[in-house]
Write a protein that binds this ligand. Structure first.
Ligand SMILES: Cc1ncc(C[n+]2csc(CCOP(=O)(O)OP(=O)(O)O)c2C)c(N)n1
Ligand SMILES: [Mg+2]
Length: 284
């Protein structure tokens, strides 16, 4: 039996008291334990930012890489070892800004990972600049008039690029978020969970109170996650309400199955042979 505490790691944590990241960390542990995933079968990949520190606080395999580049690393890891359950933690800046192109490519390739975006609408680590999901006019110390650009719509972008699993969670609703993470892990293919995460230090607009007035459970309100048109309508809904839950799900062929390699984890079992590599270099 796998327990939530099996993932407990006592590395010093410097997230601010009240940070929404704690809720995501706890929901991840709960989801992994509920699914009976042994830590040695789990790999967490991240980039750079406060969100990207999440794997430091989980006792399992992890790779903390470059800003915006978590998804290419996850693609390589999954391609080499299909047995790994891979979760990717990225911030809104990390994923939708610096790593925006990788985000689109990962969707189109349908890499078999669960992407958790800690979407706090701000660059937290670098102390509060506007991110791709900040509203136009969102004033920061760097942008006294706010950004001039309109915010990105990650769920709509993911749907438009053919994503087979698109969900939106909220840190203030931990049980609901845990359920979405579990469904994302169980999904075969690329799963996006865009998580409304509160940054208590640098985003004084999108607070717990602000979300409490807007967030609702779309599935409970009758949304059918199998209906693509309904999903598209939902993600363009009036901004005064924020639908959360499973927005869209369809069956897809994951990237590892598209490669057509013989065994399920052949690359992992293949012995490293430097002569073969040298021959390849010499023949170029
Ligand atoms: C190539 C590169 N560009 C810029 C930075 C500076 N930088 C570090 S984290 C970050 C953005 C963090 O924002 P987000 O991804 O939303 O994460 P959060 O801290 O809000 O969780 C930036 C711009 C960097 N480390 N590397
Ligand atoms: Mg952020």
């Amino acid at each position: 039996m796998v327990d939530k505490d099996d993932f407990q790691c006592d590395f010093e944590n410097k997230w601010c008291p009240g940070c929404g990241n704690f809720g995501i960390l706890n929901a991840m542990k709960q989801a992994l334990a509920d699914l009976e995933m042994p830590p040695e079968k789990v790999l967490i990949v991240s980039g750079i930012g406060q969100a990207a520190k999440t794997p430091h606080f989980l006792k399992c395999n992890f790779f903390h890489g470059l800003h915006g580049r978590a998804l290419p690393v996850a693609t390589g890891a999954k391609t080499a070892n299909r047995d790994l359950n891979i979760l990717v933690n990225m911030g809104d800046g990390d994923c939708y800004g610096e790593g925006g192109n990788h985000f689109i490519s990962a969707i189109r390739r349908n890499i078999d990972v669960t992407l958790l975006v800690h979407d706090n609408r701000i660059y937290g680590l670098t102390k509060g600049q506007a991110s791709p999901t900040s509203e136009r006019g969102f004033v920061t110390r760097l942008q006294p008039h706010g950004p001039r650009s309109d915010p990105m719509n990650p769920a709509a972008l993911a749907l438009s690029q053919g994503a087979g699993f698109v969900a939106r969670g909220y840190v203030g609703n931990r049980e609901h978020l845990t359920g979405l993470i579990k469904q994302g892990i169980e999904y075969s293919g690329f799963a996006l969970i865009d998580i409304m995460q509160v940054c208590v230090s640098f985003n004084r607009v999108n607070t717990y109170e602000w979300y409490a007035e807007r967030v609702y459970d779309a599935n409970r309100a009758g949304h059918d996650e199998n209906d693509f048109r309904a999903a598209m309508n939902l993600v363009f809904e009036d901004k005064e309400k924020i639908p959360t839950g499973l927005i869209y799900r369809k069956q897809t062929v994951p990237f590892s199955d598209r490669l057509g390699r013989p065994g399920p984890d052949a690359l992992l079992r293949e012995k490293y042979n430097p002569d073969k590599v040298q021959n390849l270099i010499d023949s170029a």
